[in-house]
Design a protein around this ligand. Sequence first.
Ligand code: FES
Ligand code: FES
Length: 166
Amino acid sequence: MGTRRISVTVDGVAYSDDVEPRTLLVHYLRERLGKTGTVVGCDTSNCGACTVHLDGRSVKSCSVLAVQVDGSDVTTIEGLAQNGELHPVQQAFHENHGLQCGYCTPGMIMQAVDLLKDNPDPSDAEIREGLEGNLCRCTGYQNIVKSVKAAAGAGSVSAGVAGGAA
Ligand code: FES
Ligand code: FES
């Protein structure tokens, strides 16, 4: 019964909100905070489109309750860019055509960032394995793997990615 008060930091901003015990994190993010960059692609917790970082690790936000993130730090796709600069992984998806319709992209990118944290130089197979919880209906996996590889090559140091083909 009743709502519960949670305090959570999302994309660097602290929030305190009353939520229903059954509210899913993804709905809290989208409906309460307006973080519509995080999307819902299924109702079976298997597409990964809703992936965010919870205390630095990727989770499917449709499989977490809002009350469970009380006291935690959440990063969504909207918090990845810093000072107007795309995150190196976002940049790499952009440059390597890692998206078609773009629906799976926020989750793919969040998952890829987490993957590269553990394994900064993954093989194609390791990338595919790391992203296997994220489905792309456009079957753009080839370019997605290429994008993650490119991001790995660019390192977390960024910089070296400038100078596109204009
Ligand atoms: S919406 Fe969360 S896994 Fe599909
Ligand atoms: S780009 Fe369309 S679902 Fe992946």
